[in-house]
Every structure is written in C-alpha cells, then in structure tokens.
Design a protein around this ligand. Sequence first.
Ligand SMILES: [Zn+2]
Length: 97
Amino acid sequence: MSIIICQHTILNFQTKWKSYYSWQRYDEDKYFMYYVACSDDKKRNGIVKVAQNRNFRRSTLERHSSLPDHKAAIQAPSLQKPPLFLKEKLSLFATNK
Ligand SMILES: [Zn+2]
C-alpha cells in the first residue's frame, strides 16, 4: 500500500481544523483521520478509527459533526475531558525535514 501525502498537508490538516473540530484526530502512522469520540463510543460512521477515512476535506468533518451518532458520542460522560493535542508530534514534524 502506498500513500502519497505531503507533510505540509498533514500540518495544515492538524493545525487548521483542530480548533473547529476538537474531537477530530489524525493517525500519523496510517494517514487517516478519525473522531476520537465516535471511535471510543464504537459508532459506525465514516470517521471512526476502523473506517480509516482519508477524505481530508472540511466538508467531510462538517457533515460528520451534524450526525446524531456523533452528537450522542461527544456527550458521553467518559469523554468530558479536555482533548489532548498533538504538540509533541507537531514539533516532531517540524524537525523532521
Ligand atoms: Zn463523531
């Protein structure tokens, strides 16, 4: 399996969207995005870990955000903690040129 994706795309992807979509995450090993809330809640929609979504468009996230599944997932009590973010990993990207 070969995936061509440039690091700048990944960086943009992370930094621009994380402020809008706090439950969205990026898997740097396999290059896909997912929503941590829906994944933890074992939802079956397009942006969970098992779906390995690589459709890196904001509209994808927007559509996902309006799903009842997603809304239910982010209200799960176990998830009411601040999302931890990718600061260490971002700096890793920055030095890895
Ligand atoms: Zn979701």
